[in-house]
Design a protein around this ligand. Sequence first.
Ligand SMILES: Cc1cc2nc3c(=O)[nH]c(=O)nc-3n(C[C@H](O)[C@H](O)[C@H](O)COP(=O)(O)OP(=O)(O)OC[C@H]3O[C@@H](n4cnc5c(N)ncnc54)[C@H](O)[C@@H]3O)c2cc1C
Length: 482
Amino acid sequence: MTTFSPIHVIGGGLAGSEAAWQIAEAGVPVVLHEMRPIRMTDAHKTDGLAELVCSNSFRSDEWETNAVGLLHAEMRRMGSLILAAGDLHKLPAGGALAVDRDGFSAEVTERLAAHPLVTIAREEVAGLPPADWDSVIVATGPLTSPALSEAVRALTGEGELAFFDAIAPVMHLDSIDQTIVWRQSRYDKAGPGGTGADYLNCPMSKEEYEAFIDALLAGEKTSFKEWEASTPYFDGCLPVEVMAERGRDTLRFGPMKPVGLTDPRTGRRPYAVVQLRQDNAHGTLWNMVGFQTKLKHGEQARVFRMIPGLAEAEFARLGGLHRNTFLNSPKLLDGALRLKAAPWLRFAGQITGVEGYVESAAIGLLAGRFAAAERKGESLRPPPPTTALGALLSHITGGHLLDAGSASFQPMNINYGLLPPLETAPVAGAEGRKLKGKERGTEKKRLMSRRALSDLDAWLAQAAHASPVMAGLDPAIRGQTR
Ligand SMILES: Cc1cc2nc3c(=O)[nH]c(=O)nc-3n(C[C@H](O)[C@H](O)[C@H](O)COP(=O)(O)OP(=O)(O)OC[C@H]3O[C@@H](n4cnc5c(N)ncnc54)[C@H](O)[C@@H]3O)c2cc1C
């Protein structure tokens, strides 16, 4: 018989179901509070736990050269319920892991319901949890019910919980043509923490600008869902193509204005400029400033590769605008996903600023493990940043650059740019032959994936003999409860 008091998980989606499973498997009782079917969201259709609201794909299952495939592999090693149910209900989909959505959700629901340490409570938590819940994980997702999101906002402060995302594309530094772009901040201003050469600038001539505007206007767009269209967010962050529709020069006087910039190749100010800003502490990812967009993903790649310097750009994230609910996690959460201001409250899933079913479940897995370890008086170091799990965790709890401008923290999928670069880049393949462009990129991913699994195994072995220090946590809040 267990003597621990229960941990409460709010939200039985991808993250909450995984968190509850990890807690129960660690021998700690858990109450999973899910509001469906009593209160539905705008996107969910059933009362099943871990319902997939749109596509039925967990994306690539290839662990050696695909970052989400690597995340699958790591989660399998950690006894993930979401991956186990996905594997049992998989459908033919080439290299992707696609699942039968009903069978998958039923499997997750049945396994949790059958677990002796899991209680499922069908109720909305419509405000801050009661005072006797001393360890809580909030995993209520992009469509968190308004009463709870208002309570969270009151706790975190105005402006720290977003109700929509406005995502500009992010690309890998090594895919940008550095013979065309140059580093410079407008008027060489250093600002707080800058050097005066903080942006990468892509110059455009008049002809290039006109052709780009034509392509933006003609590009195929995705439409807002009916329930998204009423979200009043447009004027603050217009999609780039909507700005272009307002006048051919709107962008040239907006995010593409060339003022304060001199192209070293010509010694002159270009006609227009696309600026890229560093997105992560490693400096491997760069985002397109002001380029939030509703263009279809294929169209984004095609249109944005017209920009000088970006012809070969590899995108780590493409742009979008959606109804969403997410915290400014790098500022608010500690390394174990606890709210710094109220450490009895953890967050997991999309509400922490990750994007996608698998990433949400991955953060649920870690939140569940952290909460269970804490309840048992054990300590658990975060997984190393060289693993996909560790990289995702450190991106949302600190890896993203906080001072990169207002609302700069936007939801992110797992990608190799979040992992620390290799100490030495591969030049030759296994058979000793010199590697060329794309081959070198593939080999790099392969080496990073192998490093990840080997580091994960070492971390798991170490975690089995609980370490004395929760690395990276503020000692003042370590082990603190409500
Ligand atoms: C319309 C839409 C389409 C998407 N399509 C895709 C896609 O195709 N592929 C992809 O990878 N990702 C997609 N996403 C993102 C996807 O939602 C997340 O990746 C994932 O479901 C998030 O997992 P989560 O556990 O954080 O939230 P969810 O899976 O949404 O789970 C949150 C749960 O919390 C419950 N809840 C909310 N508030 C309360 C409350 N106050 N009390 C109790 N319960 C509550 C909800 O009912 C829900 O069951 C989509 C998102 C949306 C909104």
